[in-house]
Design a protein around this ligand. Structure first.
Ligand code: HEC
Length: 187
């Protein structure tokens, strides 16, 4: 009996260290301000293509992050928090409508090439999330959608082709929930 307890001590110690580490959030707690809701609001997108974004992108690029159990345990929780934070800084699909039309047009071409080149979703993510894998046909579908949506935005009456207002940032940085030192790289 005592032998068994002695054997369990290292296990408990390791578990205690992991649990304590999980309470530490060097990159902030990604769940704290997340409000789940629709993504790509205001975009002209069909349900099927939207479904691809929900399946393959929204976990990192929106407030709809679903953390798996291992994602709550350090050090995985730190790595995931960093990925999600950087992904949202680049592009947050929950705040799509908040982007100026010209920024949406720019993001659309980034999405198009990231998906066509196989850069997104990131490889290391696919190991644990096989459901996020995209077939060639699905990649083509997203790419074609980005082209159609860019065309639609460019011809929309609200997009007059006027100069960017100087008082507006490139993208709505204020909505990002990261400490300012992390956003320095993206300004
Ligand atoms: C594991 C989380 C994760 C998933 C899932 C993911 N991304 Fe990303 N994405 C990132 C990170 C992190 C960055 C920023 C750093 C980088 O470039 O690697 C990024 C950057 C981007 C960028 C900015 C330009 C670029 O290529 O760096 C675009 C566009 C993008 N992602 C689109 C997508 C699309 C579209 C999907 C779904 C098909 C997707 N991402 C899925 C994490 C993710």
């Amino acid at each position: 009996m005592t032998g068994m307890i002695r054997n369990l001590v290292p296990t408990f110690t390791a578990a205690a260290i992991l649990a304590a580490g999980s309470l530490i959030h060097p990159f902030g707690n990604i769940d704290s301000r997340a409000v789940k809701g629709p993504i790509l609001r205001g975009a002209g997108i069909d349900a099927e293509t939207l479904g691809l974004f929900q399946r393959a992108c929204q976990n990192c690029h929106s407030f709809n992050t679903e953390l798996p159990l291992y994602g709550r345990i350090a050090p995985m929780s730190w790595l995931i928090a960093r990925d999600v934070r950087q992904a949202r800084l680049h592009m947050n699909l929950s705040l799509w409508q908040e982007n100026l039309a010209e920024d949406r047009i720019m993001l659309l071409s980034e999405i198009g090439s990231a998906v066509k080149n196989g850069d997104m979703p990131v490889q290391r993510y696919l190991l644990l999330h096989p459901e996020a894998r995209l077939s060639d046909q699905e990649r083509e579908q997203i790419y074609q959608w980005t082209r159609a949506e860019r065309k639609r935005l460019k011809s929309a009456p609200s997009h007059s082709g006027a100069e960017r207002r100087q008082d507006r940032p490139l993208r709505p940085r204020g909505s990002v929930t990261s400490p300012s030192f992390l956003s320095i790289h993206f300004k």
